[in-house]
Design a protein around this ligand. Structure first.
Ligand code: FAD
Length: 390
């Protein structure tokens, strides 16, 4: 981590998290990938160290730091495993909604447990009929006296099969534009009429217990479990996604960095035609390109995190950072696997796991196409404002 972009405190924090992960993560990471085992124990240890909810107020059990530190924690976790970084960051996304829009009672009730990993959370946005066009979700919630009744089906929730608390988006007013008729709710495990039927078997992000069918079948929750105001759900979702995208970019950076390190070391050791293979420009130029793309992705992510910490609108830069990191970390992992030859394709090394994990980054939290959709929309908006002001 270079000093011109990071303070001494940030560099020390990165070293601390990296060392913790290097010493603690491996058995849990392998159990996630090979046995589909959710890392409860490691998450609790991370919670005790303040590595979950890094940017949230210490008064609620958070780390009391800022987004840059949260991003560093995700990057260093993902250097061991992107799937683990996802388990670390889902609590952030759910806590973000409660911390920024919830009532004082909601914050006190849920945030400390989330940050200690005593309460596992899942964010419920995507549905079987679509994820990209979130405003058109079909789940509904209707007010009945002192409760809300939710009816709908969600899909793809990371940590969903083991969650204690679901943060659920649903339509509460079908007579207005969908962006003005959505609300967000906290639904606790054990509430009658929640049906979690199946889990997906996925290419990567294994052990995250991603649900394939999560059905709210007239699930009645207390009226006070509405988070924020009624029909405020869409702006809350957009606000949350900006932070989430910066953390996804950070995670992908961490995993891609490990791929680059592995590839570099391997090309120095492995010999062919009487010399180490990095002596061939066909190999070392790939490594140069990997390093260049990683650098560019890192700069974009860091700009996004810094802007967020300054309170600026990050909609465009967060989408740029996420989309750019997704495409380039995949490119890096693919080329890193290539320079390792056949052994890179086996489970003898971690490369194949990282390759599988990184591929998910192009789909989750908005696909590459949706990131371009956001960037072009913001770009044209800014351009029109520039023309008007001339
Ligand atoms: C590993 C993983 C973890 C996930 N975790 C969660 C989670 O925790 N919670 C949650 O709610 N969801 C989660 N998701 C769901 C994820 O956010 C969605 O899969 C994603 O948003 C895409 O939605 P979809 O799968 O319905 O694809 P669709 O929306 O059906 O899109 C299909 C294809 O059409 C393209 N497309 C759609 N619209 C446009 C357009 N306007 N222009 C160009 N192309 C377009 C898309 O880019 C995509 O290639 C997860 C997904 C994965 C794979």
């Amino acid at each position: 981590m270079e000093s011109i972009f990071f303070s001494e405190k940030e560099q020390a924090y990165a070293s601390e998290v990296r060392e913790f992960m290097r010493l603690e993560a491996r058995p849990h990471v392998l159990a996630m990938d090979r046995e589909n085992k959710y890392p409860f124990e490691l998450l609790r240890k991370m919670g005790q160290r303040g590595y979950i909810g890094v940017r949230f107020p210490s008064g609620y059990g958070g780390g009391g730091l800022n987004m840059m530190h949260e991003a560093i924690a995700n990057e260093e976790t993902a250097a061991q495993s992107y799937a683990l970084a996802c388990a670390r960051s889902v609590p952030h996304h759910c806590a973000f909604i409660i911390a920024n829009y919830g009532s004082e009672e909601q914050k006190k009730k849920w945030l400390p447990g989330i940050f200690k990993a005593d309460i596992i959370t899942a964010e419920c946005i995507t549905e079987p009929t679509g994820g990209s066009d979130a405003a058109r979700m079909k789940s509904v919630a209707d007010r009945k006296r002192d409760c809300w009744v939710i009816k709908g089906e969600k899909r793809f929730q990371a940590s969903g099969a083991v969650a204690d608390l679901f943060i659920v988006f649903a339509m509460t007013n079908r007579d207005v534009h969908p962006t003005k008729g959505m609300s967000v709710f906290a639904v606790e495990k054990g509430t009658p009429n929640i049906v979690a039927m199946e889990e997906f078997d996925t290419l990567g992000w294994r052990g995250l217990r991603i649900v394939s069918e999560l059905i709210f079948d007239n699930t009645a929750i207390p009226a006070e479990n509405l988070i924020g105001e009624e029909n405020q759900g869409f702006p809350i979702l957009m606000d949350m996604l900006n932070s989430e995208r910066i953390l996804v970019a950070s995670g992908l950076l961490g995993t891609a960095r490990t791929c680059l390190e592995m590839a570099t070391a391997y090309t120095m050791e492995r010999e062919a035609f009487h010399r180490p293979i990095y002596k061939f420009e066909g190999v070392s130029f790939k490594v140069a390109e990997m390093a260049t793309r990683l650098e560019a992705a890192g700069l974009m992510r860091t700009k996004a995190a810094r802007m967020l910490d300054m309170g600026l609108d990050v909609t465009k830069i967060a989408a740029m950072a996420k989309g750019f990191a997704a495409e380039n970390s995949y490119w890096i992992a693919n080329e890193a696997l290539q320079v390792m030859g056949g052994i890179g394709y086996t489970t003898k090394h971690d490369m194949e796991r990282h390759f599988r994990d990184i591929r998910g980054g192009m789909v989750a939290v908005g696909t590459n196409e949706i990131m371009r959709l956001v960037v072009q929309r913001e770009h044209y908006k800014e351009f029109a404002q520039t023309i008007q002001s001339k």
